[in-house]
Write a protein that binds this ligand. Structure first.
Ligand SMILES: [Zn+2]
Ligand SMILES: [Zn+2]
Length: 444
């Protein structure tokens, strides 16, 4: 699907497609995760389905996959779309009551500071404050970001980026990356003045934040958009894979339903800007939930460009059927975004064969995590598998957009790609001097 650059004489269809993609964007990629929300807020999954006019997760899922989504979701106006999104956050942060369980559902009040979380009564608000005060500021940012994120679907974010003017080794932080963007302030001005930014704040149902706050939000969403290509680029660079010497193939393992459903051919183009003059970069998304995409290349892709392809299935099956039979290229790098090894069930069922394969074939691998705890757990698993960890720590190109735990605002918001680890198999005898310096990444 394409959501960008629709000609102006098709306004209605553009609006439809924009609403469609907002509704489709969510965190529910499987029914287990979807229903798990109910252990925190009984009935929340029901509210979400009801707001989207669905009867079950399966219906939600099939509507997301189907072409007639806007009709199924029954959303008619922008105000209604933003209202429905907001309603899925509406429950008492202290006692977890949904509005429907109050004598007067309209009695639900929002925290005035963050404009994000709700209380059934002033008693609940008072009781919750010792916990909420730790996250109120961050949740204010999260509330702004989840509205401004709409501009990713309208194509206003990200702004057009420039080919890198510095070597990858000199770009160590997002600040370094932003300073490479020519006319950055003008580009941000253009996003601020865009038509959809206006529509957003006249329909959001919330007070408009200060311009400086919205501008910061646009920058955070820019980092959120680019954190994945930056992660891949970081892996290519750190493992000293040479994209100028020959074409490079990157496998993204455990790619999810939602991330491939909404993917655009251009989503990883930043990699081509990072390595201008490369011999061709292919990013293959692999996972049992992957939405059908172009199949992996058997011949080399176009030079200087990024080619995104996909395979629906488990990684070791992909390897046995395509890679072994030379119907897909062997990877120069394998990347996994938030594999969630800490959910032990998932490891036994899905990840173990992948990790063993990466270890035994000695493939350079890079995985990211949401939290330090998840990183520590992942390191433990890799140690048990005798994999050789070559670096780990906070990831400099994590998304700066806070991810709120929708069903529990009393938990700290997390960041996508907040931590990373690099590993290879134990049979790899190359020394760390073959890797880019990771001096500041030592873990204690
Ligand atoms: Zn309450
Ligand atoms: Zn608050």
């Amino acid at each position: 699907m394409s959501h960008r650059k629709v000609s102006s004489n098709k306004k209605a269809s553009k609006k439809k497609s924009v609403e469609r993609s907002v509704a489709a964007r969510g965190y529910y990629t499987d029914s287990l995760g979807f229903l798990a929300m109910d252990s925190n807020v009984p009935g929340l999954s029901e509210v979400i389905l009801q707001k989207l006019n669905m009867k079950s997760f399966e219906e939600y899922r099939s509507a997301v996959e189907g072409s007639d989504l806007a009709a199924n979701f029954g959303i008619r106006t922008y105000a209604e779309m933003f209202q429905k999104m907001e309603d899925t956050y509406k429950f008492c942060a202290q006692c977890k009551k949904l509005p429907s369980r109050l004598p007067d559902p309209r009695a639900m009040r929002r925290c005035k500071r963050c404009q994000n979380i709700y209380y059934c009564s002033s008693e609940c608000q008072r009781e919750n404050w010792p916990v909420h005060k730790k996250f109120c500021r961050k949740l204010k940012v999260a509330a702004i970001d989840r509205l401004v994120e709409w501009l990713v679907f309208t194509g206003d974010i990200p702004f057009p980026t420039s080919p890198w003017t510095k070597p990858t080794a000199d770009v160590k932080t997002w600040e370094d990356w932003f300073t490479m963007q020519e006319n950055l302030e003008e580009k941000l001005d253009a996003v601020m003045a865009s038509r959809y930014m206006g529509i957003l704040w006249s329909n959001a149902g919330k007070p408009k934040p200060e311009n400086s706050e919205i501008r910061e939000s646009v920058k955070r969403l820019t980092t959120d958009f680019f954190t994945r290509p930056m992660t891949i680029g970081f892996g290519i660079d750190t493992f000293r894979v040479d994209p100028y010497n020959g074409p490079v193939t990157v496998h993204v393992v455990g790619a999810s339903h939602i991330e491939t459903l909404n993917i655009r051919a251009s989503d990883y183009d930043e990699l081509a800007k990072m390595f201008p003059g490369n011999q061709g970069l292919e990013v293959v998304m692999i996972g049992p939930e992957v939405v059908v995409m172009s199949p992996p290349l058997t011949a080399y892709g176009p030079r200087g460009k990024v080619y995104v392809s996909g395979y629906k299935g488990l990684y070791h099956v992909f390897w046995e059927t395509l890679v072994e039979n030379e119907r897909a290229a062997r990877p120069d790098l394998v990347v996994g975004f938030h594999p969630g090894f800490h959910a032990s069930q998932g490891l036994a069922e899905g990840w173990l064969p992948t990790l063993l394969l990466l270890r035994d074939y000695n493939i350079p691998a890079l995985f990211t995590m949401y939290s330090e705890q998840e990183l520590k757990y992942s390191l433990q698993i890799l140690a048990e598998l005798d994999a050789r960890v070559l670096g780990a720590g906070p990831f400099p190109f994590c998304s700066l957009k806070p991810e709120q735990v929708q069903s529990d605002p009393n938990k700290p918001p997390v960041s996508s790609n907040a931590y990373y680890l690099l590993f290879r198999g134990p049979t790899w005898f190359g020394s760390e001097t073959n890797m880019r310096d990771l001096e500041e990444d030592n873990m204690d």
